[in-house]
Design a protein around this ligand. Structure first.
Ligand SMILES: *Cc1c(COP(=O)(O)O)cnc(C)c1O
Length: 368
């Protein structure tokens, strides 16, 4: 049986763990070394913790296997995004960004890459994807499903068009996770993710990664990581690896909860703009079903205004306000407070791993 024939649960539980050797730990702990012993005649291997260590490699093997590429860890999702943009972009390059995606990506480009004088083209995830968007572009970054709007775009089609225009195509895959979607298999060159969200999934650490198909690009990014010093700590890395063992289970429960909540909220008088790509009547559903492997627990809707969202959180006993998603605990985030271009009452809901009946009852009473 080849590794890619294994199911999601098996791959999450087994990925990146060592072959069993009698007398060694079943699961290795984190390696904290700054310097490693060089001995008298150093022949390669680990030498300094900023360049590499076995704890990173174990998790990189596990995630890279799911993504279908060479994975490198970075200490947060933004570290992953900024490392890719700084490594690939040159002065005057054209860069395509989602206008409705993660706000800090646009802010980073606007505030931190000013010296590059980029031609930045911000396009909404649903398009319009006209030819002039791609013309002369160096890099096209997609985010699908987009955060927070949960719109979807066609990765395979846009990758082909980006390549025809001579551009590289990257996908921010945070919302989907590597179980939900494999952009590299759909033709993307680069997949970027914040593993702070569902992949780690316990709301207690930050982590990010980049996976690429081209080994030369992987080497280029590893060099950028080593020289910038933007590296994750071994303990956080080890915790992410431990957490990833239950990703399949957690995603399954989160998607079950999202489906139950979306069904219960459909047509509710207090709610508008309910969107979840997993819902058969969602405008993105057919495309999402073609390119995604399974659903996650994040959906969105609108209440009347900011006060209605505050009232909802106050009345709920299971849902708390917090600005992240994909964790064990159900959370809501009113996105307008962070500057997203959405209405004041727009809520991104992250279904956690509570019981579906409890969540539905609690959310309905909090809205009544
Ligand atoms: C959270 C998020 C990021 C940033 O990740 P951090 O780990 O917070 O740095 C990037 N992209 C998307 C889509 C996100 O949701």
């Amino acid at each position: 049986m080849s590794k890619s024939d294994l199911g999601d649960g098996t791959r999450c539980v087994r990925g990146g763990h060592p072959e069993p050797v009698s007398g060694t730990p079943m699961l290795p702990g984190p390696v904290f070394a700054a310097p490693f012993h060089l001995g008298e005649d150093f022949q390669g291997g680990d030498f300094y913790g900023r360049a590499g260590n076995p704890t990173w490699r174990a998790l990189e093997a596990a995630i890279g296997e799911l993504d279908g590429g060479h994975c490198l860890l970075l200490p947060s999702g933004m570290a992953a995004i900024s490392t890719v943009l700084r490594a690939l972009l040159r002065r005057g390059d054209a860069l395509v960004l989602p206008s409705d995606g993660y706000y800090a990506t646009r802010q980073f480009v606007r505030d931190e890459l000013t010296e590059l004088e980029l031609d930045v083209r911000e396009i909404g995830t649903p398009g319009p994807w006209t030819d002039d968007v791609f013309a002369g572009a160096r890099l096209v970054l997609l985010e699908t499903p987009s955060n927070p709007g949960l719109d979807v775009c066609d990765i395979a089609e846009l990758a082909e068009r980006a390549h025809r225009a001579g551009a590289l195509l990257a996908v921010d895959n945070t919302t989907a996770t590597p179980l939900g979607q494999r952009p590299l298999e759909l033709g993307a060159d680069i997949v970027i993710a914040s593993d702070t969200k569902a992949l780690a999934g316990h709301s207690d650490l930050l982590m990010g990664h980049v996976s690429v198909r081209d080994p030369e690009l992987a080497e280029r990014l590893v060099r950028a990581r080593t020289l910038s010093g933007s590296i994750p700590g071994p303990f956080e890395t080890w915790l992410v690896h431990r957490s990833m063992g239950t990703l399949d289970l957690r995603l399954a429960r989160q998607a079950e909860n999202a489906a139950a909540l979306v069904a219960a909220l459909r047509g509710h008088p207090a709610i508008s703009g309910l969107r979840w790509p997993g819902a058969p009547d969602d405008p993105s559903h057919d495309l999402a079903r073609r390119q995604m492997r399974r659903w996650g627990g994040v959906f969105r809707f609108e209440l009347a205004d900011a006060a209605a969202v505050d009232e909802f959180v106050r009345r709920s006993e299971l849902v708390v306000a917090a600005t992240s998603f994909g964790g064990l605990h159900s959370t809501v985030d009113r996105r307008a407070q962070w500057g997203d271009p959405v209405p004041e009452g727009f809520v991104r809901f992250s279904a956690g791993c509570e019981d579906p009946d409890d969540l539905v009852a609690d959310v309905l009473q909090a809205l009544s």
